[in-house]
Design a binder for this molecule. Structure first.
Ligand SMILES: N[C@@H](CCC(=O)N[C@@H](CS)C(=O)NCC(=O)O)C(=O)O
Length: 220
């Protein structure tokens, strides 16, 4: 049994769960997983056993219970001294883009729901969705231009910022975002990442289907 327990939702659907899961993997921390299927009659009761906020992900570490994906990430970075860039300016930038993800991109979240195993989906392009994609493209490209010399990730080495955008990469893959060369190259890096591949393999084995999270099906 590990010191850490991460409570997550379905790997196919729970974009917020993916974020701390990716960070734990990249930090090389062993952890136990507790999975709670979302959108089931008993989901709320199950989650309530772990979090007062009624949402996943939740991290348990000893007597501590931490919820909210970004707070879990901050805790893990503080604990390990890794997961944020060492340089203060780069760290500030990584925090900014992480916070921008945590608090924004509502059109992308609503119109391109995460279904990790989905490919070849298409939805009508709206102004709001196009604006979110354009902003993320600019943000990724800017990060790569600033920090690309230090490594393949947004701020050089892998950081919480990359974990925060991992579900966006899956959405771009599922629904076919058109990206600039720099953003497209970062997307390839994310999609080829071994932990993300593991998450996808696990998601492919899940049997639950949540209809409202299956956007862009042919005829849908
Ligand atoms: N702001 C939260 C959002 C967490 C969230 O919305 N989680 C969803 C799953 S991805 C959830 O727990 N939903 C509860 C439910 O479907 O009953 C975070 O960053 O952790």
């Amino acid at each position: 049994m590990s010191d850490f327990t991460l409570v997550i939702g379905n790997k196919n659907y729970s974009s917020w769960s993916l974020r701390p899961w990716m960070l734990l993997r990249h930090l090389g921390l062993a952890f136990d997983e507790v999975q709670i299927a979302l959108s089931q009659p008993d989901t709320r009761t199950h989650i309530a056993q772990y979090s007062p906020a009624g949402r996943v992900p939740v991290l348990r570490h000893g007597a501590l219970t931490i919820w909210e994906s970004i707070a879990i990430g901050e805790y893990l970075c503080e604990l390990t001294g890794r997961g944020w860039p060492r340089d203060r300016a780069a760290r500030a930038h990584a925090r900014v883009v992480s916070a921008e993800m945590h608090g924004g991109f509502q059109a992308l979240r609503d119109q391109w729901p995460m279904s990790a195993r989905a490919v070849g989906r298409r939805t009508p392009m709206t102004d709001e969705l196009a604006a979110d994609i354009e902003r993320i493209d600019a943000l990724w490209s800017d990060c790569r231009q600033r920090f690309g010399a230090n490594g393949p990730w947004l701020c050089g080495d892998y950081s919480l910022a990359d974990a925060m955008y991992a579900p966006v990469a899956l959405r771009f893959r599922s629904y076919g975002a058109t990206l600039s060369a720099a953003a497209g190259s970062y997307l390839d890096t994310v999609l080829q990442d071994a932990p993300l591949q593991q998450w996808l393999a696990d998601a492919a084995l899940e049997s639950w289907t949540i209809a409202y999270s299956e956007g862009g099906l042919p005829g849908g």
